[in-house]
Design a protein. Structure first.
Ligand SMILES: [Zn+2]
Length: 285
């Protein structure tokens, strides 16, 4: 009888633990997006991603990545850019572990950062983290407002996100161009998302610089920034010819318009590569 009771007890115990582990496997993961158990299960279609690789099979949802202060800094910049662009709460998730050199903005309204990407950005300085956070937030702006980007240039989405990034950096992070250019240097090491184009490195530098300069004397709504960014980009930076009728747009101050005009030749030379990456770093404010 005693033996029977022991067997029964062990059986119950085994059943309890089995049941428990089954329960654990079906618990919703609170660290990642709903119904996505691992970062490698993310559906990367219809998203923007910074690199070509998916999250690897051994990656996992994490509370923080790299270390807590670095994650806290990323969270601060992510939230600051959400506020700056009037986006409200945009959930941010972290993928830890191997094969996580990726940061992705999802059309479903959230952003995922990988640990390896954050570690690499950090090695370029905190401003690089702030810049990529703003670039990914700019894609959320584009997802939410179908009129942005207003241009049909092949790389409009990415070039504008670079422009928004430069604008954010100038308005909230630094008015020192050397710091701002240093932040941008990191993003040039990254590839574009699958099936689209981030634009060439000189194109992207000119877009970032234009966004930065637009922030010098003015603040804009997202749509006004979009309109002004493409106004100058498409009407001058691309072909370097000052078209007749490059009048001041309504939504930009006289001072800011003249400031951009005084930099148009420089912007075009960045675009063509005549101003090299090294010279780009050394431009004055
Ligand atoms: Zn992008």
């Amino acid at each position: 009888m005693k033996k029977f009771k022991t067997v029964l007890f062990l059986f119950t115990l085994t059943f309890f633990f089995q049941n428990c582990s089954t329960e654990d496997n079906t618990l919703p993961n609170t660290n990642g997006p709903e119904n996505i158990l691992e970062p490698s299960n993310l559906n990367l279609e219809n998203t923007d991603s910074y690199t070509l690789s998916d999250f690897g099979p051994n990656s996992y949802w994490a509370d923080y990545i790299v270390d807590r202060p670095t994650t806290d800094f990323l969270i601060t910049q992510h939230n600051a850019s959400a506020r700056f662009f009037g986006m409200g709460n945009v959930p941010l998730y972290f993928a830890g572990g191997p094969d996580t050199f990726n940061a992705i903005s999802f059309s479903r309204g959230y952003v995922v950062w990988g640990e390896e990407l954050l570690a690499s950005a950090k090695s370029y300085g905190n401003a690089a983290i702030a810049y990529v956070a703003a670039h990914e937030m700019a894609h959320q702006v584009q997802f939410r407002d179908s009129r942005i980007p207003s241009s049909n240039h092949v790389s409009a989405t990415e070039l504008e996100a670079d422009g928004f990034g430069g604008y954010f950096i100038r308005k909230t992070y630094t008015s020192n161009w050397t710091t701002a250019a240093g932040a941008y240097r990191f993003s040039q090491t990254l590839a574009g998302p699958r099936g689209s184009s981030h634009g060439s490195a000189p194109q992207r530098r000119s877009a970032y610089r234009l966004g930065y300069l637009l922030g010098e004397n003015n603040s804009y709504s997202n749509r006004d920034f979009d309109a002004n960014f493409f106004y100058y980009y498409n009407y001058y930076v691309l072909d370097g010819r000052l078209k007749k009728g490059l009048n001041k747009p309504k939504t930009i101050s006289e001072e800011a318009h003249n400031y951009i005009l005084s930099h148009l030749k420089e912007l075009h030379k960045i675009y063509t590569g005549e101003i090299s990456e090294k010279d780009f770093m050394n431009l004055s404010n």
